[in-house]
Write a protein that binds this ligand. Structure first.
Ligand SMILES: Nc1ncnc2c1ncn2[C@@H]1O[C@H](COP(=O)(O)OP(=O)(O)OP(=O)(O)O)[C@@H](O)[C@H]1O
Length: 352
């Protein structure tokens, strides 16, 4: 199993853990066949283990196609893993075995997530399931108030609301069942900058009030950084680095994470010595991941050992794991050397 990871000890404290992903793998069959007639498989998620506690946010970042959304679908039970397990909720029950209600999701496009034939109050109420009428009305009112939607908007249909209002309806609908975990997959990406800021503030406030955990997927590093307590960087179906959010500012150790981080100069505004790391080439195909380190073909500091031997995800300090044979050898302040070593290379930033 190429995605093998260093797992926490079984005796580790599971109190407050509301998401436990254990060695999750998701392969998709493609129409392509090999010379021997075998169907090729996309290694969309390839051996991921993560845990998340109540009231915390895990940010998931990485280039398009690295497997973020597939992992999100496994976490919400919309897809079943090829192998491994996903347990959710305060009781940590298998998401595919009836614990699905403990996790809710908000996606990028609120218009397509809402039923156009239902007024939005009915859409929110529908997520509540079997409770009495009086309680349902009260909880819908509370959910509208929590996301800052005037009660009168409840009788409108989705197309009569703005994008920001629609996304608030989706958040109200996710919250009303009091889930332990909400997946936010590019949930603010379709909103303009000021609405994004409002919705991110709203999500943070709701988390403080309810203790709901979030998995926050976005291609926008700045948004992820704002709301996350810890961040996981994915590359070709694997986590290459997971770090507390403050380590994400300065202490990243994986060359890909450093490169990704260096493409977001705004976060470092006013800081000296930060240069962009420019990476060679495109990400390789998830159909045939390279046998050694998956990042080696694009890594500015890879050597023969990296090409041949796949590194494990190893814990370097509490909550900080990295999958690299040379952790910390490429730093943000030394990025200028990597840049000059790979002149003429593809620009990672444009692909995010
Ligand atoms: N249903 C599917 N059938 C076949 N391949 C799939 C399927 N869903 C995803 N994939 C492939 O799995 C890989 C991971 O895709 P995924 O959508 O999870 O990536 P992502 O990081 O979320 O990308 P994006 O940011 O573009 O949404 C990609 O190579 C994608 O083409």
């Amino acid at each position: 199993m190429t995605g093998k990871q260093t797992l926490p000890e079984a005796s580790e404290d599971l109190r407050d853990v509301v998401l436990d992903v254990h060695d999750a793998v998701k392969y998709f069959r493609t129409r392509r066949t090999s010379l021997r007639g075998e169907r090729a498989q996309v290694h969309a998620v390839d051996g991921i283990s993560v845990r998340l506690r109540a009231g915390r946010t895990l940010g998931l970042v990485g280039e398009s196609g690295c497997g973020k959304s597939t992992l999100g679908r496994l976490i919400t039970g919309l897809d079943t893993p090829t192998s491994g397990s996903v347990q959710v909720g305060a009781e940590l029950r298998d998401v595919t075995a009836g614990a699905g209600g403990r996790v809710q999701a908000v996606f990028q496009d609120p218009a397509s997530a809402l039923d156009p034939r239902m007024n939005v109050r009915a859409s929110v109420a529908e997520a509540l399931g079997g409770v009495g009428k009086a309680e349902r009305e009260q909880r819908v009112d509370d959910a509208f108030a929590a996301v800052g939607l005037p009660r009168e908007l409840g009788s409108r249909y989705p197309h009569q609301l703005s994008g920001g209002q629609q996304q608030r309806v989706c958040i109200a609908r996710a919250l009303i069942a009091r889930p332990d975990l909400i997946l936010l997959d590019e949930a603010v990406s379709s909103l303009d900058a000021s609405l994004q800021a409002q919705v991110l503030d709203l999500l943070e406030r709701l988390q403080r009030e309810t203790g709901t955990a979030y998995v926050f997927i976005s291609h926008d590093l700045r948004a992820v950084r704002q709301v996350s307590h810890s961040m996981a960087v994915m590359y070709l179906g694997q986590i290459v680095e997971e770090a507390p959010a403050d380590a994400f500012d300065r202490g990243l150790l994986h060359p890909y994470a450093v490169a990704l981080r260096s493409t977001e100069p705004g976060i470092f505004q006013g800081e000296e010595g930060i240069e962009r790391v420019v990476l060679r080439g495109e990400p390789p195909s998830a159909v045939n991941p390279p046998p050694g380190c998956r990042f080696a073909p694009r890594c500015p500091i890879a050597d023969d050992g990296c090409v041949q031997v796949a590194p494990e995800l190893a814990e370097v300090s509490t909550g900080h794991r990295v999958r690299c044979h040379k952790p910390g050898e490429l730093t943000l302040t030394r990025a200028v050397h990597a840049d000059s070593a790979t002149s003429g290379a593809a620009d990672l930033g444009g692909e995010l």
